[in-house]
Design a protein around this ligand. Structure first.
Ligand code: FMN
Length: 240
């Protein structure tokens, strides 16, 4: 009888151990599945599902700070395609100068672009530029935080002895009071053509800095001499 009782006890114990060891485990993944279970949070990793009040307060990253670091903006309009004296180009003459200025000053950049595409032939541009005077283009996008900039280098090609109409639209789109606007242009022989005065008339409460004019073919084909002219002008005027 005692033997029978011991046997029964052993059998009970065996059953209990088997039941416990099976209850706490998850099923092992089906063989052949190599994906990790992304629904489980690894230990020590922040739980992204936590509500904002439970989560750690967000610290500004280096990237955020860099984005608002510069108080200088280089805003420019420049076209590729067929251009005067340089044939078909892949980077606009004015854009080449704009990038040099931005590199030297650490400025942010904004490319002024129309919501409508421009023609890629010189004749097409001559045609549309005239029409724009009565039917101004719309600018795609806006400058983030214009208030944060106190100096704006403004670049454009000379069109018909003047700034392209889109530059006038840009100047009318923001309040430049108290800011310094420094014009730079590329051209086919006209130089600045008095466009610094035009900008001053459009923004009477801004200070207009000394401008820079570079021939388009020089910007496109002689980068070294362009770079020298840009650096000299920036230094002479205390911009760097
Ligand atoms: C519609 C149009 C009008 C232009 N008018 C003049 C002008 O009056 N005087 C001048 O020197 N160059 C003129 N040009 C030449 C451009 O100013 C020159 O090619 C410039 O470098 C183009 O710059 P981008 O490649 O940045 O657009 C004109 C070009 C175009 C397309």
């Amino acid at each position: 009888m005692r033997k029978l009782l011991s046997l029964l006890l052993c059998a009970c114990l065996l059953l209990t151990v088997t039941a416990c060891s099976g209850g706490g485990t998850t099923e092992s993944p089906a063989s052949g599945s190599s994906h990790p279970d992304t629904t489980q949070q690894p230990e020590n990793e922040p739980d992204e599902s936590a509500s904002p009040s439970e989560a750690e307060p967000e610290q500004p990253t280096d990237e955020d700070e860099a984005a608002s670091d510069s108080n200088i903006l280089v805003a420019y309009f420049s076209l590729t395609g067929e251009q005067y004296e340089v044939g078909v180009i892949e980077k606009g003459n004015t854009e080449i100068v704009a990038e040099m200025i931005a590199d030297a000053t650490g400025a942010d950049t904004f490319k002024i672009e129309s919501t409508e595409e421009y023609p890629t032939t010189y004749d097409g541009l001559l045609d549309i530029s005239r029409k724009e005077e009565d039917d101004p283009p719309e600018i795609a996008g806006t400058v983030d935080n214009m208030d944060g900039y106190d100096t704006i280098f403004l670049g454009y090609p000379i069109w018909w002895g003047d700034t392209p109409t889109i530059i006038k639209v840009f100047l009318q789109s923001y309040d430049f009071s108290g800011k310094t606007i420094i014009p730079f242009c590329t051209h086919g022989g006209s130089g600045l053509a008095g466009t610094d005065r035009t900008i001053g008339e459009l923004c009477p409460d801004a200070t207009i800095g000394e401008g820079l004019a570079i021939r388009g073919s020089t910007a496109q084909n002689d980068r070294d001499s362009t770079q020298e002219s840009v650096a000299e002008w920036l230094k002479d005027n205390g911009y760097i």
